[in-house]
Design a protein around this ligand. Structure first.
Ligand SMILES: C[S@@+](CC[C@H](N)C(=O)[O-])C[C@H]1O[C@@H](n2cnc3c(N)ncnc32)[C@H](O)[C@@H]1O
Length: 240
């Protein structure tokens, strides 16, 4: 897969998209990744998997991270599957599962600019509006009562640092408040045999991640991992 960034990246770097990806998100505190985002002052375009996506400067950019595209590659979707894309950002995970044949997707984000961005990107490539809904929600807060999913995806923030604004909420999660709250409620929203897909990394505190899963009696399995920029990047499936 080749990742092309326009606007700020020079032509020769555009061609070496994979190398570009490896240069970012390799600082322990996430500051390099944020710095890259702060370079953008207006919306810009990226190209992923043949989609031209518009990214608002205050919304997480998937090509700057190691986890977004790795997660996309590792998600398997069966026919008839309904999906919750938690923390949808620009909508890329929702688009990926719709492209892989998901029946319908609910995509939510706490950042209203991400909601707008995801709506625009989804509308550009998926004509059937009955297949997806995008709205603002702090985790499960605004989800309709009693809804449950075959698959829940959350490419969650994993740096234990305070977030100064909505963009930083994509990367920073002080004391893992968001992660802990998510795993506390997850089971209520998974169908029988449902699974959550969650990436994590040795850049975050893996011991807290495992402890939180265990405290909530959740089973987990690492289904993929890779080593990049001196860190390990994992994809987990999590289930009842
Ligand atoms: C690492 S980004 C992932 C974006 C996109 N899903 C992707 O894979 O590229 C994390 C996303 O989670 C969102 N987020 C953080 N805290 C949240 C919360 N409490 N409720 C909903 N979304 C949240 C952020 O706004 C951000 O869009």
């Amino acid at each position: 897969m080749q990742f092309l960034l326009n606007n700020r990246i020079e032509i020769n770097e555009m061609i070496k998209g994979i190398e570009l990806e490896s240069r970012i998100e390799s600082s322990q505190d996430g500051t390099r990744l944020l710095k890259e985002h702060y370079k953008h002052v207006s919306s810009y375009m990226i190209n992923v998997a043949d989609w031209n996506l518009s990214i608002h400067p205050k919304v997480f950019c998937p090509v700057y991270s190691h986890s977004s595209l790795f997660l996309m590659e590792n998600i398997k979707i069966k026919k008839g599957t309904n999906v919750l894309d938690m923390g949808t950002g620009c909508g890329i995970q929702a688009m990926n599962v719709l492209g892989k044949g998901a029946d319908c997707v609910i995509a939510v984000d706490v950042n209203p600019m991400a909601v707008k961005c995801a709506r625009e990107n989804l509308a550009k490539y998926f004509e059937d509006k009955r297949k997806y809904k995008v709205f603002e929600s702090d985790l499960f807060e605004n989800l309709p009562m009693a809804c449950s999913f075959n698959i829940i995806i959350f490419n969650l923030p994993f740096h234990n640092r305070p977030a100064k604004n909505l963009l930083e909420l994509s990367i920073h999660d002080k004391n893992y408040r968001t992660m802990k709250k998510f795993f506390l409620s997850l089971i209520n929203y998974l169908k029988k045999n449902g699974q959550a897909y969650v990436p994590f990394s040795t850049l975050g505190e893996l011991d807290v991640f495992y402890e939180t899963l265990e405290r909530n009696n959740l089973n987990y399995e690492m289904i993929a991992h890779k080593y990049e920029a001196n860190y390990r990047w994992d994809i987990y499936i999590i289930y009842k």
